[in-house]
Design a protein around this ligand. Structure first.
Ligand code: FE2
Length: 153
């Protein structure tokens, strides 16, 4: 039995103060929690494609406008923040590859994940919760503090 994962909560620290960027964050929490709930009751596989599609869509939708905002306000940690976004994209690409390898027969032994689908589901859950704690409540929160309290038009 795999461990129960805590759902991700909307907290005020996540608020940037930009309507559409904040909505992307809320959407992330929504689809992440659908996946987490499903995984917790053993139905994670049903959400596998859904969550991977959402993760891809989130990055396409959220990163470019957030990076534009950082450029506009001359955010001092822009490069560092962009590096995090690149790491997210690389992480999603790795998860998509793992998912693809599950589907194919004759996967080379060195590429085959012995944990099978449960392993991929666990990796996705870890990836999502890590992003929430380290990026959303870390880098995004620091951006929010700068934007709301330090930046002057
Ligand atoms: Fe970000």
């Amino acid at each position: 039995m795999s461990k129960t994962i805590q759902p991700l909560e909307w907290v005020d620290d996540l608020r940037l103060g930009d309507y559409s960027l904040d909505n992307h964050t809320k959407e992330f929490l929504r689809f992440a929690n659908v996946f987490i709930d499903a995984k917790n009751v053993g139905n994670g596989e049903e959400q596998l494609d859904n969550v991977l599609n959402h993760l891809t869509e989130y990055s396409h939708k959220h990163f470019p406008p957030q990076e534009d905002l950082m450029e506009r306000i001359k955010y001092p940690s822009l490069d560092e923040h962009k590096t995090d976004h690149k790491k997210f994209n690389l992480g999603v690409a790795k998860l998509l590859k793992k998912r693809l390898l599950l589907k194919r027969a004759n996967v080379p032994a060195d590429e085959y994940d012995e944990r099978g689908v449960d392993g991929v589901l666990t990796d996705i859950a870890d990836f999502i919760t890590d992003w929430y704690h380290s990026h959303m409540l870390g880098a995004d929160k620091r951006l929010s503090d700068y934007y709301n309290y330090e930046y002057k038009e």
